[in-house]
Write a protein that binds this ligand. Structure first.
Ligand code: SF4
Length: 109
């Protein structure tokens, strides 16, 4: 699995719920989770990580409480803004989300 910011439809991947910016899930993020900022690879530049980040690496913009430091700012990557929690991806706990996303990453790379 890779997050590349394109508008491709990622069938069978972590981002299968993103289709041209559309959201198909209404699940709310768990505050202080941050699993989607650690587990997946991100190929687009992130402030402080110009080459994106590998899977399993904590984004430098994720603060100690697992909140995004640049949430709502124009330099937050579009892929991050497009992400919406999905029960099938995020499970019922943060640990479950980390495991599921890492599994999806390995299955699609
Ligand atoms: S930029 Fe913010 S939302 Fe995107 S991966 Fe980093 S911490 Fe998460």
């Amino acid at each position: 699995m890779r997050i590349d910011g394109s508008e491709r439809y990622y069938d069978n991947s972590f981002f299968n719920f993103i289709k041209q910016g559309g959201v198909v899930s209404q699940m709310m993020c768990r505050a202080g989770c941050g699993a989607c900022c650690i587990a997946p690879s991100i190929s687009t530049p992130i402030p402080g990580m110009p080459n994106g980040k590998p899977a399993g690496v904590r984004c430098v913009q994720l603060d100690e409480r697992n909140f995004c430091r640049i949430f709502g700012q124009s330099d937050r990557p579009a892929v991050c803004s497009a992400f919406s929690a999905d029960e099938a991806t995020c499970g019922s706990t943060r640990d479950e989300a980390l495991l599921r996303i890492l599994d999806m990453e390995q299955a699609t790379t």
